[in-house]
Design a protein around this ligand. Structure first.
Ligand code: ADP
Length: 161
């Protein structure tokens, strides 16, 4: 059984994330999308909210589940017996950062955890969670960036603030 995990902050998830999820789901028997609970960041959506949003977005995919984790990714992988990590690459700037993390994870896990990169679909190459937040903060149009059901939820977060 080929299983993989796609970890990330997903704050908020974007159509770029969904594209990576849909493509990875075709390559593996099961895919776990796991939200990192990063206590050093102050997120727009709570971990619980992000998990719910992802669950809604992947409802059409039979072999994908959503989870969350905190701490080191390799510890989570060991606990869940996962050996393949999926990450997305948009630009060369992603590559430098991702390469370092992938190599660190391989070293720390003594080779047990390897990383596979999916390059972005061109229409999403510009898309990032931080860009979505920046656009939404100033009331810009994010309909091309996140799933339809999520658009209002993102605007509402800024109204609450
Ligand atoms: P981080 O975990 O660094 O906060 P994100 O949660 O935003 O990053 O993203 C998780 C993963 O998805 C990362 O590997 C990131 O490079 C990738 N990703 C984000 N946006 C896109 C996109 N538009 N196309 C392809 N991959 C993406």
């Amino acid at each position: 059984m080929k299983r993989a995990v796609y970890p990330g902050s997903f704050d908020p998830m974007t159509l770029g994330h969904l594209d990576v999820i849909e493509r990875a789901a075709k390559m593996f028997d099961t895919l776990t999308v796991s939200v990192l609970n990063n206590t050093s960041k102050s997120p727009l959506f709570s971990v619980e909210e992000r998990v719910k949003i992802l669950q809604k977005a992947i409802a059409h995919l039979d072999n994908v589940e959503v989870d969350s984790f905190s701490g080191l990714l390799i510890d989570y992988c060991r606990e869940k017996e996962l050996h393949v990590v999926i990450r997305g690459l948009r630009a060369i700037t992603d590559f430098e950062y991702e390469l370092q993390i992938a190599q660190t994870n391989r070293k720390l896990s003594a080779g047990a955890v390897d990383t596979i990169f999916l390059t972005t679909s061109l229409e999403y190459a510009y898309l990032s969670s931080s860009a979505v937040k920046e656009i939404a903060r100033f009331g810009g149009d994010i309909r091309q960036c996140v799933p339809k059901f999520l658009v209002q939820q993102v605007y509402d977060k800024y109204k609450e603030r």
